[in-house]
Design a protein around this ligand. Structure first.
Ligand code: NAD
Length: 483
């Protein structure tokens, strides 16, 4: 089967519904998978990734028409394996029922929270990390005892093809279904009555998906985008910040949801930052057009969007610096060199929309409060980066801004820590996966009261004017006399 065949698979609402029904029926027959069964699913996923890793890396390379195998290994394959390992290690602890305090009114009873699988989790995947963003939510869903249906990205058809084969080999169609197709299929997919739906993609489509899920009251985890700022404090060596930012911004040519979107730099250090950033990028990527380390833009359409946004900024008065160390021509490629954009204003598209590519606006500020206000006046971002050795000021930034996650003196790496939740806030998303929060996200925390032979209710029950009820009320009011 080639990628084209996969994309043409018949995926009407009816066939998708039949697929979901089949998986849900299997779940209903076995609704409480043991730790061993969950580990078995995770182990099979692990084996599949190991067997198919070279083909997956090659497929992503083909989809992008040039994506560094090292990036796919570092940002997709290894993190999924790490996530599997981490989830298996913690499963016993997480699955344990949790004992809770018994209130006086329930004297004699026992209370606990039982973490139950939800059933079937739907997963919608974007193109920028088409392996990790499909399989990482699946790891969380499996750990919590669920089964899954995954909708791959139509813009990464080669990867979709290999994922379909891999998951088909290691899982039955009663455990996992892979759905391929474009917007029409995605629309039908998100209308399905899943027990939970994880959507990773743009904020704009996220709203459509949440509306579709609302019809079924399907709970959603929305992993969306936004403009993630980096703020460099005046006291921080600007060359060091530029070097650290360049490492992250260069990855996948900026096509990362947590890529630094714009940089706020003390006014007097603007030139020094632009110089140092350009030098650092040129060091990582001394050539571009034929350099396999530098990733292409996923489609012509995305490249055109970025080029249009550069033109728009230029027309509105921005200064553009193109980092093209060996003066390459990009004719016949989808590569786009890094563009540093200064003299920006709010009416430019680069300051309004998520960048999602190798463009970096740099915004000057005079006082730290000004930078904080600038961030707070805009949509809450998926990530925020702050460069400062001073811990107290770092805490101030944490307290006074909202974002999905934060790195201090660093960019993007918070997404690589399995033991922390990952997710946005407000327009950059809702819900989390990774960490214990991921397990909880894909579980129902069911409150359970177990009553023994002693029935306290019998003593206080109506008719209410009885002695035990009156004593109980008096005692409680005495207990709560003071706040
Ligand atoms: P997208 O929103 O265009 O598409 C994502 C998925 O949604 C695809 O599978 C697509 O088929 C499906 N889709 C498209 N239209 C739909 C509709 N009307 N109804 C239902 N589903 C629909 O996003 P993209 O271009 O693939 O990815 C880029 C965006 O994803 C960026 O905004 C980026 O920030 C975001 N992103 C977020 C994260 C995160 O973890 N928060 C990670 C990666 C990417």
């Amino acid at each position: 089967m080639n990628a084209k065949d996969v994309m043409e698979t018949d995926n009407t609402g009816t066939t998708l519904r039949a697929s979901l029904d089949k998986i849900r029926a299997a779940y209903t027959r076995s609704p409480a998978p043991t730790r061993e069964e969950r580990k078995d699913r995770l182990n099979r996923l692990h084996k599949g990734i190991i067997e198919y890793k070279d083909r997956l890396v090659a497929a992503v390379d083909k989809d992008f028409d040039g994506r560094a195998p090292a990036e796919t290994m570092m940002a997709e394959i290894l993190p999924v394996l790490e996530g599997i390992h981490y989830n298996k290690k913690n499963l016993r602890k997480w699955m344990r029922q949790s004992r809770r305090d018994v209130p006086l009114a329930l004297m004699g009873a026992k209370t606990k929270v039982h973490y139950q699988p939800l059933g079937v989790v739907g997963i919608v995947v974007p193109w920028n990390f088409p392996i990790f963003l499909g399989l990482s939510p699946m790891v969380g869903a499996f750990a919590a005892g669920n089964r899954a249906m995954i909708k791959t990205s139509e813009f990464a058809p080669e990867t979709a093809n290999v994922l379909t084969e891999m998951l088909g080999k290691y899982f039955s169609d009663e455990e996992v279904a892979v759905v391929n197709g474009g917007v029409e299929v995605a629309t039908e997919f998100t209308k399905l009555p899943f027990d939970h739906l994880v959507f990773t993609g743009s904020t704009q489509v996220g709203k459509i998906v949440m509306r579709a899920a609302a019809e079924n009251l399907t709970p959603v985890t929305l992993e969306l985008g936004g403009k993630s700022p980096a703020i460099i404090h005046d006291s921080f060596p600007v060359e060091e910040a530029a070097k650290r930012i360049a490492f992250g911004k260069g990855l996948n040519a900026g096509q990362v949801c947590v890529s630094p979107d714009y940089i706020m730099v003390p006014r007097s250090k603007m030139n020094a930052f632009v110089e140092a950033f350009s030098k650092a990028i040129a060091k990582h990527y001394p050539t571009l057009a034929s350099n396999s380390d530098y990733t292409s833009i996923i489609t012509e359409r995305q490249r055109d969007r970025l080029v249009d946004n550069i033109r728009d900024a230029e027309e509105k008065g921005a200064t553009i610096k193109v980092i093209n160390p060996s003066n390459d021509s990009f004719e016949g490629t989808r590569k786009l060199p890094m563009h540093v954009i200064t003299d920006v204003s709010d009416d430019m598209r680069v300051m309004q929309e998520e960048i999602f590519g190798p463009l970096l606006p740099v915004v000057p500020y005079d006082k730290l409060e000004e930078a904080i206000d600038y961030v707070n006046d805009r949509d809450r971002p998926l990530a925020l980066y702050y460069f400062d050795w001073d811990t107290a000021r770092g805490e101030k930034i944490l307290n006074e801004t909202h974002s999905g996650g934060v790195c201090i003196n660093e960019v993007m790496t918070h997404t690589m820590v399995d033991d922390m939740p990952f997710g946005g806030v407000g327009p950059s998303g809702m819900g989390h996966y990774h960490g214990k929060e991921g397990f909880l996200n894909f579980s129902k925390a069911k409150a359970v009261v177990r009553k023994g032979r002693f029935d306290g209710n019998a003593w206080v029950a109506a008719p209410w004017n009885n002695m035990f009820f009156n004593i109980m009320v008096k005692f409680q009011l005495w207990r709560f006399k003071k706040p």
